[in-house]
Design a protein around this ligand. Structure first.
Ligand SMILES: NC(=O)c1ccc[n+]([C@@H]2O[C@H](COP(=O)([O-])OP(=O)(O)OC[C@H]3O[C@@H](n4cnc5c(N)ncnc54)[C@H](OP(=O)(O)O)[C@@H]3O)[C@@H](O)[C@H]2O)c1
Length: 281
């Protein structure tokens, strides 16, 4: 099966598409628009359904590209996720940000709306009240968080009228114990079990650690050879072999897009999953 499904019926394909660096970095950059549009469209043609973006990516331009790329795809076949930036977490700012994202995406609703990252200076109560209103108005279907600790999820959930469906955190073979941004520690031993026990999807970002995981490694190479798969496919399969863990690799290369999508379609032997985890810890 290439999806994970929560008890409440919420489901995500094991592999979706990330869009960070499509349409710019923190500022919009249109110079690669054609390549990015082609990549998103190729992904859809290959069978990707879940696209992850954020108002922050390319200062909104990634959302515009996603909006353009999905025009000919049936809405019910898509799972579109975007994020409100951590500077926009005051009640009124969240409502305004959501409307801005929908406009750029040319959509009436998004399937998943994330708090991109916690902001210690803005109480989460107001943010969640805005999220509740967006749900009631039908502008977002599900509330999610990103870069949250377990305590932060609990606090946010206490103000939410609906279940928080996902926590998006950095997680890969090489970031099991500590991420690159300083948000998450011990994802493998603490956050994954918490999400599994509490019916929350863990959306793993940077699954190939921006290419770092594609460097030669004795164990990774041995397992890749055993299954006749690429390093990226082993790294992705290792993630999504864990219950409720899905991932969103970004690629602008059609061969890589296909390779990544197919990485969710098969199963490794438990001893290989274990050996890989240990090798990178
Ligand atoms: N919530 C957050 O705070 C947060 C933070 C960071 C990222 N994210 C999300 O997570 C997504 C994924 O993370 P990421 O983009 O930072 O890192 P990533 O997916 O680990 O790495 C992307 C890089 O890896 C290359 N790549 C991907 N698949 C490959 C393959 N099969 N073979 C060889 N190279 C491959 C891509 O190049 P090619 O184009 O050449 O394939 C690209 O340069 C983002 O796009 C974004 O949507 C969220």
């Amino acid at each position: 099966m290439n999806i994970w499904k929560l008890d409440n019926g919420f489901e995500l394909p094991k592999v979706g598409l990330g869009t960070w660096l499509m349409g710019g970095n923190m500022e919009a950059n249109s110079s690669d628009d054609e390549v990015c549009l082609r990549a998103i469209q190729s992904a859809l043609d290959l069978g990707y359904r879940h696209i992850d973006t954020a108002e922050l990516y390319g200062n909104g331009h990634a959302e515009e590209l996603v909006g353009q790329a999905i025009t000919n795809t049936k809405r019910e076949n898509l799972i579109i996720a975007t994020k409100v930036a951590k500077t926009n977490l005051q009640y009124e700012d969240v409502l305004k940000a959501a409307k801005g994202s929908l406009k750029r995406l040319k959509l009436d609703y998004v399937d998943i709306y994330y708090i991109h990252a916690p902001n210690p200076n803005i109480p989460v109560e107001g943010t969640m009240k805005a999220m509740n209103k967006l749900i009631k108005e039908g502008l977002i279907k599900n509330i999610a968080v990103s870069n949250f600790t377990i305590d932060m999820i609990r606090e946010a959930q206490s103000f939410a009228d609906t279940k928080i469906v996902a926590n998006q955190v950095e997680y890969s073979l090489s970031t099991q114990l500590e991420d690159n941004y300083g948000y998450s520690k011990n994802v493998c031993s603490e956050m994954v079990p918490y999400c599994q026990e509490n019916g929350i999807m863990l959306v793993a970002y940077r699954p190939v650690n921006r290419g770092e995981l594609l460097e030669p490694n004795k164990i990774l190479d041995k397992v890749a050879q055993k299954y006749g798969k690429t390093r990226a496919q082993i790294a992705i399969n290792w993630l999504v072999s864990q219950k409720n863990v899905v991932t969103i690799p970004m690629s602008q290369n059609e061969t890589h897009l296909k390779e990544n999508l197919e990485a969710g379609d098969w199963e490794m032997d438990p001893e290989d999953i274990e050996a890989l985890g240990v090798a990178y810890r």
